[in-house]
Design a protein around this ligand. Structure first.
Ligand code: SF4
Ligand code: SF4
Length: 478
């Protein structure tokens, strides 16, 4: 991949005498980028995803499922509530599955169309878009902002900058509050904030997330994508010559140059690029797509949108800057040919693995037993001989009810002749709660030789279908 960072680390040796050597800068000074607003197909897609993701993010914690919050990651109680599912730490496999699905989706999208995630759905892009929108409401578009920033402070500049900062802080705080609302019930959290009763951790995490949102979307912006995001570092490994990327059609665009709308570019020996620089002005990372594929490009399509408006004004065909592949560009493929090559074996392999994992997860979740049991031999109580000449072992059973109604479970033991539960064999567990109980298991004196013997606990749900077996050991003393 060609890179054009414009801020390469200079690595020249220092002069021996050290007097007349030039200063060596390790990092380029940050220059503020003023992205120009843009409209078009890809901008609409981005705004569509901004609305979709933010309606879900801000709205979900306020929705209820029965008597509880619809989505709540209750870390203190070690339960995750996701719609109708109650997940315990033992369900970690599903969380792992979701992470694998997310990672594979990212690989798939990247193989198909490069940094789709970056350009349209990444929180950094989404919040930067929102913060830019607020900035433009207060300070106007690119040229007005640049002009005002070059002027000394005035009342007009002060209220615009101040208003923008207040609006940013408000959005950031609401975002931090919403984030915390996924881990603690949001309605009571809101009440606690209103009454000034929020605990230190609530304040810390709300402030931390708000600060991260404010800093990343308000100030860091493209620097997060360029220098901080690890995904930007390895994404090129997932590109190949059939990956759709935003590309400048140099063959058609060059030689670039300004001309009047009525002029015939062929007569002037010019290509379609009018060298208007609008594609640079709209770029959120401030690069020139005409220099080729660069690692800073987040694939947002803003340059394609703006270039299409220029082409429309000039009366030229759209698509001087467009999503296409390197192979399509080199071979002059049609759109249909390009798509046929995009759906290549790698993409089909990622898709089938992804689909298999999703199906396996859905099937496994729908078939899972809605309760869990942990069995531990009670080491505080040794095997003993009790009245009637029986041998007794005591176990600690933890029964976790993962349904939203009270459930009863019958506990039996098997594995040795005459083995039976001697304590209460039916346990009642409230909805989404866990109960720990001591279970006494007895066997006739002559049921087995001295030593340890494998046995099984059978736990049968009496109210909803469900059955579990848990292994343990039964000790027969000498
Ligand atoms: S927006 Fe299009 S026409 Fe204008 S400089 Fe960029 S590539 Fe050339
Ligand atoms: S070069 Fe074009 S697609 Fe890439 S980040 Fe800039 S505007 Fe977005």
């Amino acid at each position: 991949m060609k890179t054009d960072t414009g801020n390469a680390i200079q690595n020249k040796p220092a002069p021996a005498n050290g007097d007349d050597g030039e200063m060596i800068a390790l990092y380029q000074a940050h220059k503020k980028i003023y992205p120009r607003s843009v409209t078009g197909v890809f901008a609409n897609w981005r705004w569509g995803l901004v609305f979709l993701t933010q309606i879900i993010f801000y709205g979900l914690p306020w929705l209820e499922w029965g008597q509880r919050q619809m989505v709540l990651f209750d870390l203190a109680a070690r339960r995750f509530y996701i719609f109708g599912l109650v997940q315990y730490p033992q369900d970690f496999i599903y969380l792992t599955g979701m992470l694998v699905v997310s990672a594979l989706s990212l690989f798939l999208f990247t193989a198909v169309a490069g940094r789709l995630w970056c350009g349209y759905a990444c929180p950094q892009t989404v919040y930067t878009e929102i913060f830019l929108w607020i900035e433009r409401k207060f300070e106007g578009d690119r040229s007005a902002q640049m002009r005002r920033d070059a002027q000394p402070m005035s009342l007009d500049k002060f209220w615009r900058k101040g208003g923008k900062q207040l609006a940013w802080v408000a959005v950031a705080l609401w975002t931090g509050f919403t984030f915390v609302g996924y881990f603690t019930p949001i309605r009571s959290l809101g009440l606690d904030f209103a009454q000034g009763n929020v605990g230190p951790w609530g304040i810390f995490w709300t402030g931390f997330y708000a600060f991260a949102t404010y800093g990343n979307a308000g100030f860091m912006r493209e620097q997060v994508c360029k220098y901080m995001c690890p995904y930007a570092r390895f994404q090129s490994a997932m590109f190949d010559k059939d990956t759709l990327i935003v590309t400048y059609d140099a063959e058609r665009g060059e030689p670039r140059g300004a001309r009047s709308r009525k002029a015939d570019p062929a007569a002037l020996n010019l290509g379609s690029c009018t060298d208007c620089s609008l594609c640079i002005q709209v770029c959120p990372t401030g690069i020139d797509i005409r220099k080729g594929l660069q690692y800073e490009c987040i694939g947002c399509g803003a340059c394609a949108d703006v270039c299409d408006t220029v082409m429309d004004k000039m009366g030229y065909a759209r698509g001087l800057v467009r999503y296409t592949t390197q192979n399509a560009m080199a071979n002059h493929w049609t759109r249909a040919q390009t798509w046929r090559h995009v759906l290549r074996p790698r993409v089909l392999l990622y898709s089938s693995i992804l689909l298999s994992i999703v199906i396996a997860m859905v099937v496994s979740m729908s078939l899972r037993t809605p309760f869990k049991v942990n069995v531990v031999r009670d080491r505080g109580v040794m095997a003993r001989i009790v009245s009637g000449g029986k041998i007794e072992n005591v176990y600690q059973l933890q029964v976790m009810n993962a349904t939203e109604s009270t459930q009863r479970y019958r506990i039996t033991a098997q594995g040795l002749p005459g083995l039976a539960v001697a304590s209460e064999d039916v346990v009642t567990v409230d909805s989404t709660q866990a109960t720990r109980l001591a279970v006494r298991v007895q066997a006739p004196y002559d049921a087995a030789e001295p030593g340890t013997h494998p046995i099984k606990f059978e736990i049968q749900s009496l109210d909803t279908p469900g059955h579990l077996s848990e292994k343990s050991m039964f000790m027969v003393p000498r």
